[in-house]
Ligand binder design. Structure first.
Ligand code: 9MG
Length: 278
């Protein structure tokens, strides 16, 4: 499997012997802030980014549209209005910037402004998405989602979730290669919580190593504060830190190379200890 992820201006080690990477979540959506105000939102997001950098984040994932179950899509204009000021403000911060979007226009604008990675919960299935990223040198996170954020948790169904998610990712990697995208730019993600029950999430997590070997690509896992952590701990979202840390450690123990998290400082500490003793 590849030992590096080519991530725009950066080349990140995803070698099994290296410390797993931490992708910090930087949401700039009204539901991620208590009081509206555009400039306040931007200031708060920039302070949050500075904290993540000080804590040792490896990749900053900027998102302008919530993908929580039941959330509604935002317009292209609103998404660009939220995300672009952050890209301009952070592009020289010394860390790779990832953009959480499924819209080809947002991909194009943010890459031109300096983004190093595109994190697409829709697996680059939107018409034109693959062409936009093929012409760049950014990294791509290709994620599996059954249905869409409005309906995905209504009735997730699979005959064999590991085989079906693996087959979806295999097909998407094939499309990417046909578009001329180098393997070393690709990482994969089973999309925990995106059209999956708790049992599906656990099966996918436990099969991380097997899926990485099958697909020959590094795996990114996102479970921070998710419903699955709430279901396992019986805790509301603001009390899911311990469960999320345990989940991140379980993910890397199962072979994941990147974890996507809200609590960067705590996760970096936990992974430093895990890496030193394992
Ligand atoms: C945007 N987003 C929310 N959850 C995610 C996850 O699990 N993986 C990735 N790649 N993106 C996510």
């Amino acid at each position: 499997m590849q030992t590096h992820l080519q991530c725009g201006r950066y080349r990140l080690s995803v070698d099994a012997a290296a410390r797993p990477l931490v992708m910090g979540i930087l949401n700039i959506t009204p539901d991620s802030f208590s009081d509206g105000g555009k400039y306040h939102m931007l200031d708060t997001a920039l302070s949050h980014a500075e904290e993540m950098i000080a804590a040792g984040v490896d990749i900053i994932d900027i998102g302008g549209e919530s993908s929580r179950p039941g959330s509604l899509a935002v317009s292209l204009k609103d998404e660009l209005d939220r995300v672009m000021p952050l890209v301009y403000a952070l592009r020289d911060c010394g860390k790779p910037l990832s953009i959480d979007t499924y819209k080809p226009e947002v991909m194009r604008e943010t890459i031109a402004a300096g983004a190093d990675m595109i994190n697409d919960i829709n697996g680059f299935r939107a018409p034109g998405a693959l062409q936009v990223v093929a012409d760049a040198d950014c990294a791509l996170c290709v994620m599996h989602m059954q249905n869409d954020p409005q309906s995905m948790q209504l009735q997730p169904e699979y005959d064999d979730v590991v085989a079906e998610v693996g087959e979806f990712l295999r097909e998407r990697i094939g499309q990417m290669e046909q578009a001329g995208i180098a393997r070393e730019r690709i990482c994969i993600d089973p999309g925990l919580g995106f059209g999956k029950t708790l049992a599906h999430n656990i099966a996918l997590l436990k099969n991380t190593r097997q899926m990485q070997a099958f697909l020959q690509a590094p795996m990114l896992i996102g479970l921070s504060r998710k419903t699955m952590i709430g279901a396992l701990t019986d805790r509301p979202i603001e009390q899911r830190l311990a469960g999320s840390l345990a989940g991140a450690l379980a993910a890397v123990a199962h072979g994941a190379r990147i974890v996507r998290v809200h609590d960067v400082a705590e996760t970096v500490d936990a992974l430093r200890v895990w890496h030193a003793v394992s």
